[in-house]
Design a protein around this ligand. Structure first.
Ligand code: CA
Ligand code: CA
Length: 224
């Protein structure tokens, strides 16, 4: 429903600008579908030897199925996927087997701040949940994330770009999706989780990234 984005950007942004307040925006996926997704247009090359990917996420889906949280698909590979697994664990996968993390805090209806950190030279891989760091795993040392694909929220593509499965789709709310092509320090990630100002993402900056809405997803803006 593209008109939703047009409506809000046309009506709400000027109103907020006049009031002088900072504006936040969030994506609401109200129902399980096999066709609703949001494409995020990268603001620099996706060729990466390291990254930090953060988002705020809330869902009422219980542990009955896998839930896709972020998908970067190139022609033949799921280049970077972030999942909530069937058993509630969180994982990310770089074109192949996933690094899976058993974290004590489940994703739920209250907003969770989630970051995924990876560095090719050391294989350093870890999650941060609400600013708290998981154990470190060594994963995909010397791997390079390739450019030339598409990043979407809401669905897991199994081809370029299709074969969506409603049983893996995301429902709930996602915001503050930021990505850096380097590893952020634990202190910066904690500040991020608390909403303090830190450098904006250079691959994705949620304040300025172009979002292309498809299907039943709503872009809602609000005063910060
Ligand atoms: Ca799939
Ligand atoms: Ca897939």
């Amino acid at each position: 429903m593209k008109w939703v984005a047009v409506y809000f950007s046309a009506i709400f942004f000027p109103a907020m600008a006049l009031a002088g307040g900072a504006v936040g925006r969030t994506l609401v996926f109200p129902e399980e579908t096999a066709n609703t997704y949001v494409e995020m247009v990268p603001q620099k090359s996706m060729t990466m030897r390291a990254f930090t990917l953060c988002m705020r996420v809330a869902t009422e889906l219980k542990g009955e199925r896998e839930v896709i949280l972020f998908a970067y698909r190139t022609r033949y590979f799921d280049e970077l996927n972030v999942w909530r697994e069937l058993d509630g664990r969180l994982s990310f996968a770089l074109s192949g087997e996933a690094a899976i993390f058993r974290v004590p805090e489940d994703l739920g209806a209250l907003e969770t701040h989630l970051c995924v950190v990876w560095d090719s030279s050391s294989g350093q891989s870890q999650l941060y949940v609400n600013g708290k760091k998981s154990l470190m795993k060594i994963y995909k040392k010397n791997h390079t994330v390739q450019s030339g694909g598409k990043v979407i929220l809401g669905q897991d593509p199994d081809s370029y770009m299709g074969e969506f499965d409603a049983n893996q789709s995301f429902t709930g709310e996602i915001s503050d999706v930021n990505m850096w092509d380097y590893v952020l320090s634990p202190r910066l990630i904690q500040d991020l989780s608390e909403g303090k100002a830190v450098p904006r993402g250079n691959v994705f900056d949620w304040e300025t990234v172009e979002l292309k809405l498809n299907g039943n997803v709503h872009l809602v803006t609000y005063e910060l």
